[in-house]
Design a protein around this ligand. Structure first.
Ligand code: ADP
Length: 153
């Protein structure tokens, strides 16, 4: 089984995240979309709401499993037999960050590969941060959100 992990805080999930996961469906037998739980970080949306958004987005995708996790990604991958970490690359800043994390994960778990998909041009400027700023300003974030999330917000 080829199993991929797509991890993030998803505060909230955007169409950019959704696009990367959907484009990876033909590449893997299963994709685990895992929401990182970090008790030190503060979030805009509660853990329950962020999970609800992920579950709604991938409700009709049988090869996608939504989970929560804490601790090291490399340990989570061992536990769930994950072979590849899936990441999206929007720009050089993403690359610089992702490249060092990929090496760290390789160091911690030799069997793990990191697979990068280039962001689709229409989503390059999409981020959870932008969605949170729009919400704080009382404006409509729908262009940035997966359809089922718009219905829930
Ligand atoms: P976190 O919220 O944990 O910081 P991010 O949302 O920054 O997580 O990133 C999770 C993954 O999703 C990363 O690989 C990131 O590059 C990717 N990603 C985020 N937004 C987009 C987008 N618009 N297009 C493609 N990939 C994206």
């Amino acid at each position: 089984m080829r199993i991929a992990l797509f991890a993030g805080s998803f505060d909230p999930i955007t169409k950019g995240h959704e696009d990367i996961v959907r484009r990876a469906i033909p590449l893997f037998d299963k994709i685990i979309v895992a929401m990182g739980v970090n008790s030190v970080k503060t979030y805009h949306f509660s853990e329950e709401r962020r999970m609800m958004f992920l579950e709604a987005t991938f409700a009709n995708s049988p090869s996608i499993e939504v989970l929560k996790y804490d601790g090291l990604t490399a340990d989570f991958c061992k536990k769930h037999q994950v072979n590849a970490i899936l990441r999206g690359l929007r720009n050089a800043a993403d690359f610089d960050y992702e490249y060092s994390i990929a090496h760290l994960n390789k160091h911690l778990n030799k069997e793990l590969e990191t697979v990068f998909l280039a962001a689709s041009p229409e989503f390059i400027c999409f981020s959870s941060t932008i969605v949170r700023e729009i919400l704080k300003g009382g404006k409509d974030p729908s262009p940035y959100l997966p359809r089922p999330v718009i219905d829930l917000i």
